[in-house]
Ligand binder design. Structure first.
Ligand code: ARG
Length: 463
């Protein structure tokens, strides 16, 4: 097409083409070409509906459908020339359709606008990303479950403030992430269900006078129903914000485990060994095995949350309905989705591959007076001390052990009785870390039996 001429799609009342800078700021084709499959699927459903309702002839609809499938084939084969002058994916596809089938192409845009078209395309795309995220999360949950099953009763330190707090089981720690990622999964499922209404037919903003069948297009495109308000439909992007919100929370969870991987794989902790597949070496320090993938995952939340803030800021204060500001929605969501899915896959790989160092976990669990709470609980249970007094007695015992440079089970009964005369030999049974975790049988507690029961529950959920 002649670039200096008025735009062929909306040029009726324009006598000159746009300035080059105007064209550059206005065009979205460089990124919205990603929506080509959704755009074409929407157009095919629309054309079929226009024919079924008698708005266009079956012959024209068949031509349109044939032409659109050729356009899609050209795009998939990388043979399509995208034009900035044609602004966006919608006009690029329609212009090529006209080249292929001629006049009937002009009938496709009956009872439709780019405003409902872009709302449809983007919703279809985000819906697919929800499905991909749900699948990625399920795979990741399975990887955590496998780790939990392997080490259901392995003992490790549980931390608060990154200080040794109480012994917990490796399986319990892995299952903590299963819970988080299960909530992330349900957020994507919820968001998907809410966004699953078809925008097509809202037209520019007010609906249309043509006798369209919105239920037909909604069903053809896998939606539960058409949207109920044309103004809301062309103005709404909260489906994308909800996706980004769920993605941000999920990325935050990924980032937290990534941080644990970085700490745990350090020479100071040695809790785990990352596989070669997910480690990198240093070009100067031969001993290094760097957890680069975990570090990058820790950082991904930065850009995903950044995309969320960016889209909120774009949408904030926009009067109804469509404004061109909303064209700025796509790149952020594309980037966030790409990075979330990559992050989920990378984390699944790291979790599946990592080897826990059971001996190091248990040694760390046994140090740092991790069973001090068990000791205090024993004083309450067996000697009927008020908890506050038991806490004080235990504190004195910890101080004694600390001064001697030993752990609680290394104190002799004599030494203990000097601090509280009624302590008996039986106390030693609660000072071992295995006994400690085995005793935490309250619902949701770390006892290995609880862990096994939760693993069974999750296996059933994931099928
Ligand atoms: N490229 C546009 C976007 O991404 C499509 C909608 C254009 N609509 C309009 N009224 N100019 O938002």
């Amino acid at each position: 097409m002649d670039k200096t001429a008025a735009n062929q799609m909306w040029g009726g009342r324009f006598s000159a083409g746009p300035d080059a800078i105007m064209e550059a700021i206005n065009a979205s084709i460089s990124f919205d070409k990603r929506l080509a499959p959704q755009d074409i699927a929407g157009s095919r459903a629309h054309a079929a509906m226009l024919a079924a309702t008698g708005i266009i002839t079956p012959g024209d609809a068949a031509e349109i459908d044939r032409g659109l499938s050729q356009v899609l084939a050209e795009i998939e084969a990388g043979e399509f020339t995208f034009s900035t002058a044609l602004e966006d994916i919608h006009m690029n596809v329609e212009a090529r359709l006209r080249e292929i089938i001629g006049a009937p192409a002009g009938r496709l845009h009956t009872a439709r606008s780019r405003n409902d078209q872009v709302a449809l395309d983007f919703r279809l795309w985000v819906r697919e990303q929800c499905d991909a995220a749900i699948g990625g999360l399920e795979a990741l949950m399975r990887a955590f479950l496998a780790q939990a099953e392997a080490g259901a009763e392995w003992v490790m330190p549980g931390f608060t403030h990154l200080q040794t707090a109480q012994p917990v089981t490796w399986g319990h720690h892995m299952l903590a992430y299963v819970e988080m990622f299960a909530r992330d999964r349900s957020r994507f499922i919820d968001a998907r269900a809410r966004m699953n209404e078809c925008p097509l037919g809202a037209a520019a903003l007010a609906g249309t006078s043509f006798p369209i069948d919105r239920h037909m297009t909604a069903a053809a495109l896998g939606f539960d129903r058409p949207t109920a308000n044309s103004l809301d439909t062309t103005a709404d992007r909260d489906f994308a914000l909800e996706f980004l919100g769920a993605a941000s929370i999920c990325a935050m969870h990924l980032s937290r485990f990534a941080e644990e991987l970085v700490i745990w794989s350090s020479a100071q902790f040695r809790f785990i060994r990352m596989s070669d597949r997910f480690s990198t070496g240093s070009s100067i320090m031969p001993q290094k095995r760097n957890p680069d993938a975990a570090e990058l995952l820790r950082a991904k939340l930065g850009r995903i949350l950044g995309a969320t803030v960016a889209l909120f800021t774009v949408m904030k204060g926009l009067p109804l309905t469509y404004s061109k500001d909303m064209q700025e929605d796509k790149e952020q969501v594309f980037d966030a989705a790409d990075n979330l899915l990559l992050g989920l896959a990378a984390m699944e790989g790291m979790v599946s591959d990592l080897t826990a160092n059971r001996a190091a976990l248990e040694a760390a669990a046994s140090s740092g007076f991790s069973t001090a709470t068990d000791l205090a609980d024993w004083l309450v249970r067996e000697l009927n001390l008020p908890f506050r007094d038991a806490h004080h007695v235990t504190g004195s015992l910890v101080k004694l052990a600390e001064d001697k440079g030993c752990d609680l089970p290394d104190l002799s009964l004599d030494e203990m009785q000097k601090i509280h005369g009624e302590i008996t030999q039986a106390v030693y049974s609660v000072l071992g870390v295995q006994n400690s975790v085995a005793s935490r049988t309250s619902y949701g507690g770390t006892a290995p039996d609880n862990v096994r029961a939760q693993i069974a529950r999750w296996k059933e959920v994931l099928g």
